[in-house]
Design a protein around this ligand. Sequence first.
Ligand code: ADP
Ligand code: MG
Length: 356
Amino acid sequence: MARIRAENLVKNYGSVKAVLGIEFDIADGEFVAILGPSGCGKSSTMRMIAGLEEISGGQILFDERPVNDIRARDRNVAMSFENYALYSPITIFENIAFPLRASGMNASDVNRRVHDIARKMELEPLLDQKPTGLSSGQAQRVSLARALVREPEVFLLDEPISHLDTRQRYRMRRFIKSIHQEFGYTMIYVTHDQEEALALADRVMVMSDGEIQQMGSAQEVYTRPANAFVAGFVGEPPINFLPFSADGDGIVIEGHRIEVPEAAKPRLKQIGASGRAGVRPHFMALGDNGGITLSGRGFVTEELQDHNEIFVDIGKTRISLIAAPSQRVSRGEDVTVSIDPIHLLLFPEGVEREFE
Ligand code: ADP
Ligand code: MG
């Protein structure tokens, strides 16, 4: 296993600046997810760690040893991609055994290792079959087994399950998590799916436009996002942003003055005359809950099995909140919405971005 550190890591493709001098320190045995929208530099970062892409600037260190000039195959890194190329003329056993045979391992060790990993990946009953006819989830597991059979120091996964259907994805998520628990590899997992990142990783590295916006636990990036980008990218349904104007130690949202908590006052000073208040749908309620109350008009209610998602227009801003299945609004109805002030996040003004 290895600790992985990056110092001022840069990747340029000609004039395209893909990674803009990032720094991170991933502990031995840690599971980190790199999360961000398409094109933000996730795969470039991953491929530089793997040694598949030349580093344009800065360095990468494994256990404090620079690896910039070490070839991919000498880094003892396993990498699994979305695209699992299995060799169809040979059995699944031989597919998994391939990297071991290529390294010259003797037959009895190959046999032991392949059976060992196949048991852990629930593939033993399939070993004598050929890849044709496997489900996409099974094929993905064979591909993971083939990557892991070499017992790498570092295991890199780049969007390994984004092409699977929802059910298969859930199943594979559990596998990937159990691989980490069982083997204790340092694992880095690239995804654009925030739910996947939060569910799997010890820490999430949120990237956009070639830079790290925040690195922290799921809880940290969710409840204490470093900026409006992280606040908006992490969390489902997405966070609500309500425009405010500052008024002394308070903010005014749609004519309602709210005194901000003591801890948020320096932040309000920094932001200045106006900004956006972020509040997650889970931290808003329909009716007067004793917190901050705002009045609005009902838009629609979406009934989901164990809760309702309710949309309300507060002035010109449409917000959503999570409510009990018994609660609903009808269109145009006057409603009261409350917010727990503890969960109010303050951000400077900015333009909202659409995320996929
Ligand atoms: P992500 O994995 O987050 O989608 P990438 O690391 O693949 O992002 O890409 C980051 C940026 O670098 C994008 O603007 C992309 O178009 C560009 N890029 C990636 N690979 C190449 C390449 N081989 N040549 C030129 N530009 C590339
Ligand atoms: Mg990518």
